[in-house]
Design a protein around this ligand. Structure first.
Ligand code: TRP
Ligand code: SF4
Length: 335
């Protein structure tokens, strides 16, 4: 038996595109924090899940490597965290198949995320889309994860993984740890006020974009209080400013903190252009150190692949141990 850390933090990210500021603030930054508290941390790229919607092989391969570089530049340390690609561990797919044998279909069809995906892909509802949460349960239960930080939209999927663990443990004896959801992942507003990266509109801020480009995008497209016509009119930061102010609240610290900005907005002593500029200063304070480290990794694809390879070996040892038990309990023997 290998010693198991008390807490195993696990999370995955789909490789549908490059990371944006919402992923960075909402997820990756927390991944780094967990790494500092003596937890076993497992962070993977859910490349198989990505296949449910992305069908360009070249793009998928590229995204995986770029995301790993983003992870590293954000502060994930491959010695402290196990960083891997889901597809590199065949036992995850095997576990997904085994779990699917005891998973009622009706339960899957009732999950809100499923309904959402079906609506978005109504022309092509694949089996992979239906079994998406089963694969996700395998991601979580295979490494015996105890803490799963996810965004709000993924909570029903983790809930399903908990149901599956319970069902399996009841039927075959305790095998899986019970994963807890960690709802710490904040929702970052995009340029249009919708959740960043979610809306069909191009509302996200690329974490690798030059700060000047980000500034131009905010000045041109960042949603302010639409009823505030002139700078001399007071604005309503709390209810009507749906993009700029809510992001200030999340990221603008110190002297010119968000409360001061709200007061100035209510008193009409700050204009929206100035307010957006201050917001971009806050974004720059967070992204500049990241971008510096990230630039040093631009040509380090081989290193990123090496990180995935080493992480894959470590993850596989952990997951294979669980899957061996599952197989055996279900009556499957490797002849
Ligand atoms: N479905 C998640 C998302 O779209 C990504 C993911 C896949 C995941 N497997 C996971 C997250 C396991 C947490 C744990 O965001
Ligand atoms: Fe929003 Fe700032 Fe304009 Fe107020 S001043 S409406 S908070 S952008």
């Amino acid at each position: 038996m290998t010693a198991i850390a008390e807490t195993t933090v696990l999370s995955g990210i789909r490789a549908t595109g490059r990371l944006h500021f919402g992923n960075f603030m909402g997820a990756v930054r927390h991944f780094v924090t967990h790494q500092q508290h003596g937890n076993r941390c497992m962070y993977f790229i859910a490349d198989l899940h990505t296949l449910t919607t992305l069908r360009d092989p070249e793009e998928l391969r590229g995204n995986v490597i770029e995301i790993v570089k983003d992870y590293l530049a954000a502060g994930l340390n491959p010695n402290d965290s196990i960083i891997y690609a889901q597809s590199s561990i065949p036992e995850i797919s095997e576990l997904s198949l085994l779990l699917s044998m005891i998973q009622p279909l009706g339960e899957l069809e009732r999950i809100p995320t499923f309904k959402d995906l079906v609506r978005k892909n109504s022309d092509n509802v694949t089996l992979g889309l239906v079994s998406y949460p089963v694969l996700m349960a395998a991601d979580i239960l295979g490494p015996q994860a105890t803490l799963v930080p996810v965004g709000e939209d993924q909570i029903p999927n983790v809930e399903l993984a908990r149901n599956m663990a319970r069902r399996f443990n009841d039927r075959f004896g305790t095998t899986f740890a019970m994963p807890e959801t960690l709802k710490e992942m904040i929702k970052v507003p995009g340029l249009d006020g919708e959740k960043m990266g979610k809306s069909e509109a191009d509302n996200a801020i690329d974490i690798n974009a030059p700060i000047d480009v980000i500034r131009k995008r905010y000045l041109a497209r960042g949603i302010t209080d639409p009823q505030r016509m002139r700078t001399s009119d007071p604005g309503d930061p709390y209810n009507r400013c749906r993009s700029v102010y809510p992001l200030h609240e999340l990221i603008t610290p110190g002297e010119a903190d968000s409360r001061t900005i709200a007061k100035e907005c209510l008193a009409a002593s700050i204009g929206c252009v100035e307010c957006k500029k201050r917001l971009v200063d806050s974004i720059a304070a967070i992204l500049e150190p990241f971008q510096e480290r990230r630039a040093a990794l631009t040509k380090k694809d081989d290193y990123a692949r090496e990180v995935l390879h080493e992480g894959g070996k470590r993850a596989r040892r952990i997951i294979a141990e669980t899957v061996e038990k599952v197989r055996e309990k279900m009556g499957i023997i490797v002849y």
